[in-house]
Design a protein around this ligand. Structure first.
Ligand code: MOS
Length: 730
């Protein structure tokens, strides 16, 4: 099915199941421990051996010698995979450094060997007996020092052009009545999802099955086939439950490749999980940024010139953190420039983490806007309303937004939060030991849509079954896909079985870039339309007039049960939603407004978040309960970015020092107050037949800047280097 004109009224608009808050249908399996995760597939691979990854102890250089003798003769050892015996491996499209290193070493903790043994303990013990001698090489590890060597990167898949320019930025900025020119920095971040990367691999002849924890099934089938040099048809990936991803599991990692190689070598299934301490350096992270923002405005705060430059680093062949993305679309201004610059760093590879680009771009832009508001004497909410623009400000009026309710979010959010009680002058409010302040920020995240397929059927009992390789990374995919099928076929949600995360099912858009919910349900919509047509034909009713409700198909005064039409074999249909160029004709994005109240201890400078709230416009909200959970989780991650999260770089040896959950600090429940989330009514008929947009990443975008701005309002201290830790306030 092709979606190339705005959606008219369709069966989703009935809103009988879609748009109603539902508990997650996978919830009971997850909280009772009965949902099988990749490392626990004892059912599928009962005789699996255990692998332990040996990572590089240097950041850059070559392996001079590997001595495996002590490890090979350790108790229970079945085999050891290294570059010397792994055979020729191809290079995947998504990994910057090889997942199995050697003889060249590209980054610290790059996998150099897999030790396989009969038990986990034996594998780990033997791994400690592997001796590797290195010839280290110097590397570059300090972004600030390499900033001057940064270059213009090639055009990326998701970040678009590295540079954009409209009008005469330099001239307009120089002439502006009010000018802001500031630098901001954000550190490297780790995804810190609960479930580590883990895979159980088994070969049956030349066919490989991977039970793994992965966001993008089809991408990863292709990557594994390319890396091993085998046919895609011989790779099956199964990932029905994922304990968090945040971008860390968009691509295959060493656990999957080494489990596959290990299982081949020892002739039985092998399971491999990354230990927590291996994750920050072996896998990807969100790269640190240095950002310069210049805004020129008139004395009323109306922007005439806006510029955003971003410097980040990655291994050779890697890509930039595209933190200027939102600045291309969020505010007006006839004269504009953005630039992403990329330095070579020999740290572990950088890549996507929740809302890559905007999540850290807004940490800078929305503080700069707060600085502009103060400089102009304009309220920060009002400043953003004055600078709203209903079309792509780089492309001009011929490219309007598909829908854009930023102003509505700003107004509704401000009213609900009690923004009018904020004192414009900082450091005016005291509550006992606490200096109290309020801050706000706009939220912005791109809305991407992608082709997505599904198969849907009705069985002889009238139950509806949906199959797609879409993943549920904790986001609620099972439930919204079930709701979509229930809505389309006129059955209650508990009559729908949803099967996800298996490459045997039709290819979906997968989970990434907040495109999953809208895209995957649109694929189910397409398959359901095809099934409705088949059922109508069987009943002898005109497809466009048949009604589906209460487990029946109706036309005029007649009806048939779905169960009767399905018969013993059932009726199945498969289709995908494919897109024309609507997303090029219309700028598509999601919007919101974050509000935050903090207290800062007058003596210790401890920051406590007292209240958080926001209003968000993201098209049709498919399941308000799970959408709210996504937003409050993302807001929490925004607090982490503002106040505590940072991978600390050892610039002498080139690795992230804090590599566990004790030292990579993320918010816990005690750090987070009750969070208020308001969804603004919006149906986006140009985004998909679901009229939905993404919402999973919107909540992190701007949340941290609202915290930073609240700290300024509380204390009068303007911080521009994240995380905003106590030492910077004293
Ligand atoms: Mo997202 S960072 O594309 O999983």
């Amino acid at each position: 099915m092709k979606f190339d004109t705005p959606a008219g009224t369709n069966p989703i608009d009935q809103g009988r199941v879609i748009g109603i808050p539902h508990d997650r249908i996978d919830g009971p399996a997850k909280v009772t421990g009965t949902a099988p995760y990749a490392y626990e597939r004892h059912d599928a691979a009962p005789n699996a051996a255990y692998g332990w990854i040996v990572g590089s102890a240097i950041a850059r250089g070559r392996i001079a010698a590997m001595d495996l003798r002590a490890a090979e003769s350790a108790p229970g050892v079945l085999g050891i995979v290294t570059h010397a015996n792994a055979g020729k491996l191809g290079k995947g499209n998504f990994n910057t450094a090889p997942l199995l290193g050697g003889p060249q070493v590209d980054h610290y903790d790059q996998a150099l060997a897999l030790v396989i043994a009969d038990t986990f303990e034996n594998a780990r013990d033997a791994a400690r007996r592997v001796r590797i001698d290195y010839m280290p090489q110097d590397g570059k590890f300090d972004l600030a020092a390499e900033r001057g060597n940064a270059v213009k990167p090639p055009e990326g898949d998701f970040g678009g052009a590295p540079d954009t320019a409209v009008g005469d930025f330099d001239g307009a900025f120089a002439r502006a009545a009010v000018r802001i020119d500031q630098h901001y920095t954000t550190p490297d971040h780790s995804h810190a999802m609960m479930e580590p990367h883990a895979t159980t691999a088994a070969w049956n002849g030349d066919r490989l099955t991977l039970w793994t924890s992965n966001q993008m099934i089809a991408w990863s089938v292709g990557e594994m086939a390319r890396t091993l040099g085998i046919a895609k048809a011989n790779v099956r990936l199964v990932s029905p439950y994922v304990g968090g991803g945040f971008g860390a599991k968009l691509f295959l990692r060493a656990d999957a490749l080494l489990a596959a190689l290990g299982a081949k070598q020892v002739g039985r299934p092998v399971k491999v999980a990354l230990a927590r301490h291996q994750i920050p350096n072996n896998t990807t992270h969100r790269p640190a940024t240095i950002q310069r923002i210049r805004i020129g405005a008139d004395k009323d705060g109306v922007i005439d010139a806006i510029g955003h430059e971003v410097w980040s680093g990655d291994l050779p062949g890697g890509g930039p953190e595209t933190a200027a993305q939102q600045t291309r679309l969020l505010y007006r201004g006839a004269n504009r420039m953005t630039a992403h610059r990329l330095a070579t760093l020999h740290l572990p590879e950088g890549n996507a983490m929740r809302a890559p680009g905007e999540a850290v771009g807004l940490l800078a832009l929305e503080v700069a806007m707060d600085e502009l508001a103060e400089a102009c004497g304009v309220d920060p909410v009002e400043l953003r309303i004055r600078n709203d623009v209903q079309y792509d400000p780089e492309a001009g009026t011929q490219r309007p937004f598909s829908s854009r309710k930023l102003v509505e979010c700003l107004r509704a959010g401000a009213e609900r939060f009690g923004w009018d009680r904020r004192k414009a002058k900082p450091a005016q409010v005291r509550d006992g030991r606490w200096l109290v302040g309020m801050g706000m920020a706009s939220a912005f995240r791109n809305n991407l849509v992608g082709k997505s397929g599904a198969r849907i059927g009705v069985d002889a009992t009238g139950k509806v079954i949906v199959e797609t390789d879409m993943t549920d990374i904790g986001t609620g995919s099972y439930t919204i896909i079930g709701q979509t099928a229930a809505e389309m076929l006129g059955v209650p949600l508990d009559r729908v079985t949803v099967r996800l995360g298996d490459s045997r099912f039709p290819e979906s858009a997968g989970s990434g870039g907040q495109w999953g919910a809208n895209s995957a349900t649109a694929g189910v919509y397409a398959a359901a339309m095809a099934l409705r047509a088949k059922l109508a034909e069987k009943a002898g009713y005109p497809a466009d007039q048949a009604q589906f409700e209460d487990g029946l198909i109706r036309h005029d005064n007649e009806s048939r049960t779905l169960a009767a039409l399905a018969g013993r074999e059932g009726v199945w249909a498969q289709d995908s939603m494919d897109y024309g160029d609507l997303d090029k004709r219309y700028a598509q994005a999601t919007f919101g407004a974050h509000f935050c109240e903090v207290g800062v201890d007058i003596d210790t400078a401890e920051v406590r978040i007292r209240r958080m709230g926001g209003a968000f416009a993201a098209g049709r909200i498919l399941n308000p309960k799970s959408a709210r959970s996504q937003v409050i989780g993302a807001m929490t991650m925004g607090v982490g970015a503002a106040l505590m999260e940072s991978l600390e770089v050892d610039t002498r040896f080139g690795f992230f020092v804090n590599h566990d959950m004790a030292e990579y600090v993320v918010p816990v429940h005690a750090d987070i107050p009750p969070q208020d989330v308001l969804f603004i009514d919006e149906l986006d008929d140009k985004s998909s037949p679901m009229k939905a947009k993404g919402v999973g990443e919107l909540g992190i975008c701007g949340a941290g800047a609202a915290v930073a701005n609240a700290i300024y309002n509380a204390t009068g201290i303007r911080l521009r280097d994240y995380p905003l830790t106590i030492d910077k306030l004293l």
